[in-house]
Design a protein around this ligand. Structure first.
Ligand SMILES: C[S@@+](CC[C@H](N)C(=O)[O-])C[C@H]1O[C@@H](n2cnc3c(N)ncnc32)[C@H](O)[C@@H]1O
Length: 226
C-alpha cells in the first residue's frame, strides 16, 4: 500500500469537517435516513438480496450515521462500520443504543482499513466512492480484507451536479469520482481493482429514497477472486 500524501490528508480533513457538520441533519433527509416502515422494508429487501444468507461478517465503509450498517445487523449480519467523521459516528452509536442494534462503530479511513487480510465476508459502502481521493486504491484495500470468494457491494449514483456544492468547492478536483459515475463506468473501476462477475441493478424505486430520485441510483457488486 502506498503512503497517503499530505495533500490527500488535507482533502480528507475537509471531507471529515464537512460530514461532522452534516451529522445532526443527515437522517432527517429521506434520501439518507429511514423515514417509514415501508422504506425500511424496501431497503431490507435490497440488502437481503445483495448480501446473501446471514450471518456474514460485514465491513460497512463510510458508514456515516449507520443507516445501512444497522439494517445489515437487523438482517442478522455481524457488522463493523467505519467512518472518518466522529460526528456521524456519534449519531450511529446513539441510534444503535436506541434500537438495540449490535454494530461496532469505529473511526477510520476507508482508504486504509486497519484489519488483517480476509477479516470479512463482505464490504458494503453506500454513496462513498465519490468522496474518496483514491477510490481505486480504496477498493483494492477492501478486496484485501474480504476473504477469497467474498463480495463487495456498493450502492452508488450518478448525480451530475451542475456545480460543486458548498463544502466541496475547494476539493472536488481532487476526487476522481466526484458526482458519481454511471454503473457501467464504475463496473470498469471494480474490474480494474480485480473484482470478478461484476453486476448491477437500478435502484430507482421512489420508496427507497422517499421520493423519485432525480439521478441514477443503483447497486453494484463484484466477487473477490479465489
Ligand atoms: C454520503 S455519506 C454516506 C453515509 C452512509 N454510507 C449512508 O449511506 O448513509 C458519506 C460518508 O462517507 C464518509 N467518508 C468520507 N470519506 C471517508 C473516508 N476516507 N473514510 C471513511 N469514511 C469516509 C463521510 O464521513 C460520510 O459519513
Amino acid at each position: 500500500m502506498t503512503a497517503p500524501s499530505t495533500d490527500d490528508e488535507a482533502v480528507k480533513e475537509v471531507v471529515q469537517q464537512y460530514w461532522d457538520g452534516r451529522a445532526d441533519s443527515y437522517d432527517g433527509d429521506s434520501a439518507h435516513g429511514i423515514r417509514s416502515e415501508e422504506q425500511r422494508d424496501a431497503w431490507l429487501s435490497v440488502l437481503r438480496e445483495w448480501t446473501g444468507e446471514p450471518p456474514r461478517r460485514v465491513l460497512d465503509v463510510g458508514c456515516g450515521t449507520g443507516v445501512v450498517s444497522l439494517l445489515l445487523a437487523a438482517i442478522g449480519h455481524e457488522v463493523t462500520g467505519i467512518d472518518l467523521s466522529d460526528g456521524m459516528l456519534d449519531r450511529a452509536r446513539q441510534k444503535a443504543r436506541e434500537t438495540n442494534g449490535t454494530v461496532e462503530f469505529r473511526t477510520g479511513d476507508a482508504e486504509s482499513i486497519p484489519d488483517p487480510a480476509n477479516t470479512y465476508d463482505l464490504v458494503t459502502a453506500r454513496h462513498l466512492v465519490w468522496t474518496l481521493p483514491n477510490p481505486s486504491a480504496a477498493i483494492r484495500d477492501w478486496t484485501r480484507v474480504v476473504r477469497p470468494e467474498g463480495r463487495i457491494v456498493l450502492i452508488e449514483g450518478h448525480w451530475d451536479f451542475s456545480e460543486p456544492f458548498d463544502g466541496y468547492r475547494e476539493i472536488h478536483d481532487d476526487l476522481p469520482l466526484y458526482q458519481g459515475r454511471p454503473p457501467e463506468e464504475l463496473a470498469g473501476v471494480l474490474r480494474q481493482a480485480g473484482l470478478e462477475d461484476v453486476e448491477y441493478e437500478p435502484l430507482m424505486d421512489a420508496v427507497l429514497w422517499g421520493e423519485q430520485p432525480d439521478y441514477e441510483q443503483y447497486v453494484i457488486a463484484g466477487d473477490v477472486a479465489e
